[in-house]
Design a protein around this ligand. Sequence first.
Ligand code: ATP
Length: 415
Amino acid sequence: MCLPGEEGTTQRLSWQCCRNPDRCRWFFGAIKRTDAEKQLVYSENQTGAFLIRESESQKGDFALSVLDEGIVKHYRIRSLDEGGFFLTQRRIFSTLNEFVSHYTKTRDGLCVQLGKPCLKVQVPAPFDLSYKTVDQWEIDRNSIQLLKRLGSGQFGEVWEGLWNNTTPVAVKTLKPGSMDPNDFLREAQIMKNLRHPKLIQLYAVCTLEDPIYIITELMRHGSLQEYLQNDAGTKIHLTQQVDMAAQVASGMAYLESQNYIHRDLAARNVLVGEHNIYKVADFGLARVFKVDNEDIYESKHEVKLPVKWTAPEAIRANKFSIKSDVWSFGILLYEIITYGKIPYSGMTGAQVIQLLGQNYRLPQPPNCPQEFYSIMLECWNGEPKERPTFEALHWKLEDYYETVFSYSEANNFIR
Ligand code: ATP
């Protein structure tokens, strides 16, 4: 096993074998942030379990991932050109071994003191129905058993189901007439090829008779909107809120890279899985649903008023783009930070449209840090081109605590 920064290493990033597996057990090399999370939460690890990996976002830097009460937190370890590693400039270590040795003796600003190195486990890949259905896109609806109704939306119901008596799935049953099956199949074919750890995977469909079934991966904790509302600040705090926002931005950055537009990004369309995993759902569906203008402008149910999530140019001129998704993402940040409050509470859609035209924006919610609110405001730039990309939003949120750290000099480096 080899470690960067060991004695005798001539270049900053050259590697030298220390020939002592016990010393190196915490070094996991170039694994992804999500894989680090899986390793830390899936095995028998306790609070304090940690690993060091090569940073995905900043080549040449490293990241520390540590388990704290079931939640994995990540810190960027910066390295100096002349050699040395640090979380904070006030304490620089010449090797990663020294770094680890220090933080296993004292917390010194970390969320927890480092404990045991993360156990290396072979995380079994979840059974993926989509591979089984690659050539069998349309499946027999008799192979799906509906077990429990999970919820309902404007266009139908969602059920927990079992496919072939073995695989848990979510089944969306669509109200007859809510879409043209041919339009849907065209869109679904594209959706099926979109694969990302932060997007709900579409597995299969049953379209030959009504109701149409859309079969996707099952997310145990349901929608982010309800999840936030049920918590209301008891367990979920800023660290987790920033993390959810970063995960959603990561899924959206993938859609952006595929030139795909979501069109209905909102907390109700983000789903929560186990171990604090958040995934974007229902991408592309808004395009195929038959929605009349009245529904968009004036819903009777305030909760379902998509106009409050929709960018002004999309409402005015039907100009949907990834930048109108960025606007919606700003509203989603508002939902996250307010624990699922309805934006522009008490206002009708028409009032919101009028006020936005006069440059009104949702005010900074109480307890919302200025840095977080600034990101929301960037998303609501009246000029779509001036709004950030999802890629930029993703990294900004990933690095949120570093930015805040340099502002506030706070001795808290958690993200
Ligand atoms: P709308 O249809 O207006 O967008 P919605 O997104 O809330 O509203 P649905 O997508 O039909 O409506 O979902 C209804 C509820 O079902 C969600 O709020 C969520 O609690 C649950 N749900 C949806 N998809 C899944 C899934 N894949 N796994 C687990 N629960 C789900």
